[in-house]
Design a protein around this ligand. Sequence first.
Ligand code: UDP
Ligand code: LCN
Length: 797
Amino acid sequence: MQRQAIPATIEQVKGNLFLFFRRILEMEKPLVLCTEVQKAYTEFAPCLEQPCAKMEVLIGSIQEVIVYAPQLYCALRVDIGKWLYVAFDLDSLQYTVVRKSVFLSFKEQLVGRAARGEWRLRLDVEPFNQDFPKVQDARDIGNGIEYLNRHLIDFFADRESELEHLLEFLTLHRYNGMPLMVSPRIKDVAALRQSVEQALEKLRQWEPQTLYDDIAHELQALGFERGWGRSVERIRTTMGLLQDILRKPDSPATIEHFLSQVPMIFRVLIVSPHGFFGQSKVLGYPDTGGQVVYILDQVRALEARMRANVHEQGIDIEPEIVVLTRLIPEAQGTTCDQREEQIWGTHNARILRVPFRDDHGEVIPHWISRFHIWPHLERFAFDAITEIRGAMGGRPDLIIGNYSDGNLVATLISQTLKVTQCTIAHALEKSKYLYSDLYWEDNEEDYHFSIQYTADLIGMNSADFIISSTYQEIAGSPTGIGQYESYKTFTLPGLYQVVNGIDVYDTKFNIISPGANEEVFFPYTRSERRLHALHPEIEALICGEPDSVSRGRLLDPAKPIIFSIARLDRVKNLTGLARWFAASDEMRQHANLVLIAGHVDKANSRDEEERAQIDIMHGIFDQYALDGSARWLGIQLEKQMTGELYRYIADGRGIFVQPALFEAFGLTVIEAMTTGLPVFATTFGGPLEIIRHGESGFHIDPTDDEASTAVIVDFLRESARNPASWDAISRSAIARVEEKYNWPHYVERLMTLAKVYGFWKHMTKKDREEIRRYIEMFYGLMYRPLVQRFMTGPGQQ
Ligand code: UDP
Ligand code: LCN
């Protein structure tokens, strides 16, 4: 629906709309959620004389209603990322479109703030972005680079002066003092054009396989340094692309192709402060999950790509990747107390650990939950800058931040070192905890969401580009709000209102989905690669006796297994799955349940949320006498073991269930799918996009116990009766991951994005200065005082 069309639509259905709103008023609730609006409408619709499609669409767009009788303030999501706020007065039957700030102020009444007459701080980044290109069509959200390329082509076509920027950019490149690409001898665009023509003329005379080294002096005489290619063939291609650009290119792909050939990225810094960041024995600890897996897989694939790139560019150097994380002296048997750790399977990538220090400069020894680490990050960032300068032998060319804390640190480092910044969210907590913005004060002691959301706004607005794993992460779906979209307009009552926090149509958003490590996760049918030697150990794990790290023993081990592996936190909802299993006789009749999660003995856990979940899990085992049909393992598995375990369960025609209340992406989902396990995963978040329901797996609604149980039981029943149905889903799951989720494709795109957005950063340096200063001010005047308040308030670490 078009935003402009809303008033006319309201006018057309006004009579019935106001009648319906009376129903909302009768609910006597100050805040009515979209699900409640929908439910009320389903009951109301039969009262209409005839069905009204327009009214249905209008009601379907309502995301929430603030009731301030006799007025209702409605937030309408008229299209993906496009909102309108309308106030209805039920006495006068009038309505009016209101400003976002007015809507937010009324919303704040819900937590006791006055709707009017109070000054509020408002964050609005929109004015800074007005002159920048935007994605036009909602379907193209997350494909920002294409719009940027189109914009660049117009840029170059219209203005010779912009080509001067390109020339300047090409003369900037060097590695450890070695000049690359264009020498300063070429003074202007006219000279560049001429040199390119002459060089191409010469290149035509040489054999395609001739090496750069053999013709270096001739190219240097024309003003071209190393970096155009190792062989004449590649040099010709790269120079040909530049020639096209200088002559007015006709395809945006030319710009992208040219920039992707330019040697720009030799050193990459990846920032991920929280959790236990290590290569073994860490997964499953609180705050330590997919992000660690993602980064390590990313590093291996990225290094391979960077090495291939520099080779093709004719540069003989070893690229370098450093993963910056926190050093934890009380490492609990992990390597997290070591300053440096080489990353296996790489030539020159390592983990660099820098400790958190307190106000007296003393190293903080213990693990700190991701919700409580905020006071340590600024000092960490500046300590890290000193360490990086020493450890990396130069400034990084690209900084990738991960999660809210890593993105904040990445912002501080990249603003100081003036380096291209990429943001990866992994999981934006705002989507996981309903109304955690509005009711932030109630959760402050445990979660400090006010600081986290402030850090998120700073990180996402400072980033030169943002990588997301799925479309829904940015913009949701026609019916559900995206994770980034939820940062567009919201309020933290008493602190500030966000009028425009981020625009999902911004070209900085790009979707590149991660993959599963193919060395570890491959189909159960690949017999020649299977790790049969691990089977006795796996059997002991699954069928063993209960001990200090496990509970339950499978009395009938021949049954298929319902499997899940996750951190034991509330949102992962493994206790929900245990409850479904416990309460369904049919599920128990068809299968056993095996869970790998957290700790079985509460004494081994320091995380409050995990401790609460441990109690709940034991309660379910006790109440439903699960000890003979379910097994819960509180262990950390080696990766190879995890891969073979998935396959072992597939051998027995088991299934994988991911029952999270919300899952930002869900690496376990693609791991399980690629091994061939039929997967049943939450409909809230990434799995909605990863799985095609009924084809490559199944969606389940974790809030609907009955329906979720039914989907699982139906499948177990059907696959017992007709094994071909299990095979069909298994085959489609494997094919889906192979096609859509793989690391080689990921890193190729990442390198291209880093270069195109690096160039864009250079082009728009001056124009971006204003928002940079604005965000810097927000950091100084909002983020830092919030952290200060944390340090002096309850919940201080
Ligand atoms: N994992 C593991 N052992 C555990 C729990 C999780 O090896 O006890 C791994 C799992 O195989 C996956 C990652 O940790 O690779 C979890 O990633 P996911 O994206 O599913 O969830 P996150 O923990 O990041 O929220
Ligand atoms: C964090 C999460 O919560 C998961 O959903 C993702 O799969 C993981 O990070 C990797 O991005």
